[in-house]
Design a protein around this ligand. Sequence first.
Ligand SMILES: Nc1ncnc2c1ncn2[C@@H]1O[C@H](COP(=O)(O)OP(=O)(O)OP(=O)(O)O)[C@@H](O)[C@H]1O
Ligand SMILES: [Mg+2]
Length: 222
Amino acid sequence: MKDNDAMLNVADVGYRVGETTILESVSFTLSPGEFRLITGPSGCGKSTLLKIIASLLSPTSGTLFFEGKDIATISPEAYRQQVSYSVQTPTLFGDTVYDNLIFPWQIRSKTPDPERLSADLERFGLSGDTLTKSVSELSGGEKQRVSLIRNLQFLPRVLLLDEITSALDEVNKRNVNDIIHRYAKEQNIAVLWVTHDASEIEHADDVITLRPHRSTQEAHRG
Ligand SMILES: Nc1ncnc2c1ncn2[C@@H]1O[C@H](COP(=O)(O)OP(=O)(O)OP(=O)(O)O)[C@@H](O)[C@H]1O
Ligand SMILES: [Mg+2]
């Protein structure tokens, strides 16, 4: 795939904090419907890379292009409706699961259908009654799925997923994988998924492996 056909183009992106290099010259492209995994040892910069792609952090070198435009020139609100990021440790807000799932509807001034929300919960292996549950009663794996369902209420063009199955059992992991693969295939959504999970890595078409890069400038030169 040529770079100019890509929806997202990560071009020589680097991230440094002081003298410490966290990411150096990361380049790849992502096209509609493409499903890619990112893996690599803990601390190698995977979440940092997703935050940069989500436009939550600015790279200290390199450029990101979305549909040919430098993302620094796109309004963050517009960009985040197209490129959605499911964080590694989800935060739920309000009192109930319902409060969380209606949030994407509220910011678009739309009215959600509670039956659809219950159906979404069931699709992800949660009972429809979960809708009225207090967020403080949810397990880690339940929180992960509610947060993911919240992000999928309005489909973005690019889904950035950061270890979203880390708290799930094998059956639920498989189910979430199947659903996300279907989104890529049927809705042409591009997926960039950070994982350490061996079976997820085995089933991916394309895996980007980040290497640890915590050298100082001097160490890097030497
Ligand atoms: N603002 C910052 N200042 C200093 N160091 C940072 C900053 N942000 C991230 N780091 C460091 O950068 C490295 C990469 O962090 P990151 O969270 O991207 O790793 P990761 O690959 O996602 O790890 P894990 O697999 O454990 O989630 C870590 O060593 C982290 O401590
Ligand atoms: Mg991480």
